[in-house]
Design a protein around this ligand. Structure first.
Ligand SMILES: Cc1cc2nc3c(=O)[nH]c(=O)nc-3n(C[C@H](O)[C@H](O)[C@H](O)COP(=O)(O)OP(=O)(O)OC[C@H]3O[C@@H](n4cnc5c(N)ncnc54)[C@H](O)[C@@H]3O)c2cc1C
Length: 422
């Protein structure tokens, strides 16, 4: 991995990017492309790359690079471009605070506390994993209960195996990937348990990580008790009904020393809250215009901080856009304001961006609430798109072209995804 930390930071930057994951790196490149001269990426880890560095499995880059890469390979390609374009990179540096004048307070063990000013800021802090506390699983508190991403870091980066026999709670992509990884590393994976009636990871991961390794997936089933004093000894699992109430008469015990939790990611928005950005209660990320600008002028956001993405390729696309617009803002050229608000309607949990402009092309990302086979996406009454199937785990992407909106003179468009009329 190439990495080159900038030794002396400048006191003033055109654009400061918080987070050096795939979103932060693409945003910095976007800002440079638009003529921002002084661009800084800050990341609290020792190397840029974000969560990709621990994702040593293939499956990245199919859309962006048209080839299948591992996470570190994908990160490396962006990092090389970042270094070629002379973006400053401050790793091992934590962003403590950003004030309303866009003065960014940084802390690192080498340089101590510093303040740099920015004309525009891009927030790209990623997401963190939900833990046991978020779902309040009853039982004791032994060791051996950890999030799937933490286990991934132990196994792939630090060389430790978390145990010998594992149960995985939640069928998110990280849990599925870890079911395969642990099996390859010699652990026995007793099964993946998912409270919802459908899996929460990408279909390709269900096939490649569970089916190919004969790991059972139990839908509508959850862990109802954790047993063990020092170390996890077993878990009790039980099927749930449509109100998610466990049927204890059908519960059973599974001996195991490891329980991995893959129960969702939460956008890392402490800095966004400090800045008082308007937050969407569904995505738990900032509300954004089509330029990826938040509710505060000159503060742009992208990647998992805004909404949890299924594929990193979409993170890079969205972040390039955020970075380009941050670059334009810093050099005082801005596209016209948005004039249409998007409202999630039937079976649509959210739409990002939240507003669009009728004079430009946009990619709108959304997620459905429940799976459907043949269905149709209605953008108000101005456009419809047929979809073969939709699934909550997979984002739906819609290209909205100005020609769809020629005849539209309103200011709000509702987006529905409904079954095709038979
Ligand atoms: C286990 C797992 C498997 C995945 N598998 C795939 C796959 O097969 N294919 C695929 O396309 N996608 C996959 N993804 C998704 C993809 O990796 C993510 O969508 C992508 O990494 C999100 O990018 P990001 O830059 O928004 O966040 P991150 O990668 O999380 O980067 C955020 C960065 O911000 C830094 N940061 C946060 N707060 C601060 C602060 N205050 N100061 C300084 N730095 C800060 C963090 O240290 C981190 O480096 C997977 C994700 C996971 C977790």
């Amino acid at each position: 991995m190439i990495t080159a930390e900038t030794q002396h930071l400048k006191p003033e930057y055109d654009v400061v990017v918080v987070g050096g994951g795939p979103a932060g790196m693409a945003a910095a490149l976007g800002a440079k492309e638009m003529g921002a001269d002084r661009v800084l990426i800050v990341d609290r880890e020792k190397e840029a790359g974000g969560i990709l560095l621990q994702c040593i499995h293939p499956g990245f880059g199919l859309q962006h690079f048209k080839e299948e890469l591992t996470g570190p390979e994908y990160a490396q390609r962006f990092l090389e471009k970042v270094l070629e374009t002379e973006v400053d990179l401050a790793t091992d540096t934590y962003v403590l605070d950003i004030d309303k004048d866009k003065r960014v307070k940084l802390m690192s063990s080498d340089r101590g506390v510093e303040i740099v000013s920015a004309k525009a800021v891009v927030l790209a802090m990623g997401a963190r994993e939900r833990t046991r506390g978020a779902i309040r699983t009853p039982g004791s508190r032994p060791s051996g209960v950890l999030t799937a991403g933490l286990a991934q870091k132990f196994v792939n980066m630090l060389g430790y195996l978390p145990g010998k026999r594992a149960v995985i709670l939640g069928s998110g992509d990280i849990g599925l990937i870890m079911a395969r990884r642990l099996t390859l590393e010699g652990l026995e994976v007793a099964g993946v348990f998912e409270i919802m009636p459908h899996a929460n990871g990408l279909n390709r991961n269900i096939v490649q990580c569970l089916h190919d390794y004969n790991i059972p997936l139990h839908l509508s089933t959850t862990v109802v008790e954790i047993h063990g004093s020092d170390r996890l000894e077993k878990v009790t699992v039980a099927p749930v009904d449509e109100t998610f109430t466990p049927d204890m008469s059908r519960s059973w015990d599974i001996p195991c020393d490891t329980l991995l939790l893959s129960i969702g990611l939460i956008p890392e928005n402490e800095l966004s809250r400090q800045l008082n950005l308007r937050i969407d209660p569904v995505t738990r990320g900032p509300i954004v215009r089509s330029t990826m600008e938040s509710s505060m002028d000159g503060v742009f956001v992208c990647g998992n901080v805004v909404h949890i993405h299924d594929l990193v390729d979409f993170v890079s696309q969205e972040a390039l856009l955020a970075g380009r617009n941050a670059g334009l803002y810093a050099t005082q050229q801005q596209p016209p304001e948005d004039n249409i608000r998007l409202v999630p309607g039937e079976n649509v949990a959210y739409c990002v961006p939240h507003t669009i402009s009728s004079d430009r092309e946009h990619t709108v990302y959304m997620r459905v609430r429940k799976p459907l086979e043949a269905s149709v996406l209605n953008l108000g009454e101005v456009y419809e798109k047929k979809l073969r199937y939709v699934f909550p785990a997979e984002m739906v992407n819609l290209k909205v072209r100005p020609r769809f909106l020629h005849e539209f003179h309103g200011d709000t468009l509702k987006v529905d995804i409904v079954p095709t009329a038979s």
